[in-house]
Ligand binder design. Structure first.
Ligand code: TXE
Length: 480
């Protein structure tokens, strides 16, 4: 059975403890590889390797750093099939989704920042004939990058690429639930000639490895994506150490459908925004609000469309909903479906686990589920479920639906469906979320900053803001 290795100091090595734990294929519910059960000793090794590499890497010309990162992007492209298959087996997502979203985006992340550093600049301010002020940006040192299991390589590289591009070294930890593509990336980095110690990837659990990274005195900047609860824990550890923090956390995103929407497009895209990646995307529109005059017809069309989604073997080309990523998460989602029923919800479709046959019979599958009849402020509508479960309810006015939409502790994304230009911009300006989509979903110019409000996170990822995040600036004033 394949044993993954840590990537430290440019080499693939076993964990200091010599211990491993099981990695599951969620489609079958079976163990298929072993993950290093690393701990603070491995993190210490990685920090030492990064400290050794930093002096040279931080002054490597941007054009040289760019070449190596572009090489990594090219190698990801050349190995797309292998990486997509690994992602689908590890996470349970449809192979098709891994091929068209996850892996191409991982390559893009490297390419975007590899080219971005060739063109970014800093400011200068002249004080007439008195003085000149100029701003310099320097890499901070060692960046700690910790990522989740829902978009494994996509989110992992979204942190690593800007950190490396801006001249930092990195100690990174992928989720222990989906470590495979991070391991394969290690091999590609070696092939690309990334200097030893510039990137170090440690596999293992959050409490043992993740917390060793966030609490390490020589890792001054942390970029984290994951649950809000974990974000709280990381903040508790990092804040008193005055670490620079970027936290991308959970969401409970409203999808608001007005009567004047493009009906067919709203139905089609809402199916996508509800159930893509088994609903395991922090940006999914999991709370649906439909203007009363079209509520019945919309619900009918939406339910019929969802019933047509194939839940099955992630490797099959026509599968739209794959396996849930872990037994624990599968049970968490099922517990929320039970809670919804206790809170008075009516299941319009789905609502149960699915037992597939043959090899898939041990896998973790849940029907795409639509629930109506709940109050906007019940737990089902306030807490992040992070699975193939959406709630739907009617509304009568803008202020009513804005009250519902803004009622949770989250503020990551919102979706609005209307063809009334003024209403679109008016409602968008009143929504408490870091991202608002109007008549679309998951469409974004990657130069725009990404992040949430309230308890959906702190700071911004993506765009050139990520390069600013991983550097520190100083202003120098020289008298003429
Ligand atoms: O995230 P965790 P999980 C939400 C979603 C999901 C919930 C939990 O609601 O159900 O979070 O998911 C590492 N110090 N999102 O369990 O636990 C951990 O090893 C340092 C939304 O996957 O937050 C993993 O690498 N690190 C999110 C990473 O943190 C710690 C995507 C995420 O794990 C740690 C995923 C600690 N104390 C989940 N504890 C999004 N915004 O997309 C854990 N980790």
């Amino acid at each position: 059975m394949k044993k993954l290795m840590n990537y430290i100091g440019g080499e693939l090595i076993a964990p200091q403890s010599g211990n491993y734990f099981d990695n599951y294929n969620p489609a079958f519910g079976e163990v298929y590889s072993q993950i290093p059960d690393s701990d603070s000793a491995d993190v210490e090794l990685a920090v030492k390797a990064a400290e050794k590499a930093f002096p040279a890497w931080s002054v490597t010309p941007a054009s040289e750093r760019s070449k190596i990162l572009v090489k990594i992007a090219d190698l990801i492209d050349d190995n797309l099939e292998q990486l997509a298959l690994a992602e689908s087996i590890d996470n349970g997502k449809p192979l098709k989704l891994a091929k068209i979203v996850d892996i191409p985006r991982a390559s893009h992340n490297f390419r975007f920042y590899a080219t971005g550093i060739l063109h970014n600049h800093t400011a200068a301010h002249a004080m007439e004939d008195t003085a000149i002020n100029y701003t310099l940006r320097h890499p901070i040192g060692i960046a700690g990058c910790i990522s989740p299991w829902n978009l494994p390589l996509y989110l992992f590289t979204w942190k690593i690429a800007p950190a490396l591009a801006s001249g930092n070294c990195v100690v990174a930890k992928p989720s222990e639930i989906t470590p495979m593509t991070a391991f394969l990336l290690s091999e590609l980095c070696i092939k690309a000639g990334l200097p030893a110690g510039v990137l170090n990837i440690i596999h293992g659990t959050g409490p043992k490895v993740g917390s060793a990274i966030t609490s390490h005195k020589d890792i001054p900047v942390i970029s984290f994506t994951g649950g809000t609860k974990t974000g709280e824990e990381i903040s508790r550890v990092a804040a008193p150490m005055f670490k620079k923090l970027s936290l991308e956390l959970g969401g409970k995103n409203p999808n608001i459908i007005f009567a004047d929407c493009d009906f067919a497009d709203a139905v089609k895209t809402s199916v996508h925004s509800a159930f893509s990646n088994q609903g395991e995307i922090c940006l999914c529109g999991s709370r649906m609000f439909v203007e009363r005059s079209i509520y019945d017809s919309f619900v009918r069309a939406f339910v019929e469309s969802v019933k047509g989604l194939k839940v099955g073997d992630p490797l099959e080309p026509d599968t739209r909903v794959g396996a849930i990523v872990s037994k624990q998460h599968y049970e968490k989602i099922l517990s929320y479906i039970s809670l919804a029923k206790e809170e008075g919800g009516r299941v319009l479709c789905g609502g149960s686990k699915i037992q597939l046959d043959g090899k898939l019979s041990g896998g973790w599958y849940i029907e795409p589920t639509i629930i109506e009849g709940l109050s906007y402020n019940c737990r089902t509508n306030q807490e992040e479920i992070f699975g193939p479960v959406v709630t739907i309810m009617p509304f009568d006015s803008e202020e009513e639906v804005l009250g519902y939409a803004n009622s949770t502790r989250y503020g990551l994304a919102s979706i609005i469906w209307t063809q009334n230009l003024k209403r679109a911009h008016r409602v968008a300006s009143k929504l408490h979320s870091g991202i608002v989509w109007i008549n679309c979903w998951l469409l974004r110019d990657l130069r725009t900053p990404f992040g949430g409000m309230k308890q959906s996170g702190v700071g911004r990822e993506g765009g050139f803001e990520a390069l600013d995040f991983f550097t520190e600036e100083k202003n120098i004033c020289v008298k003429l």
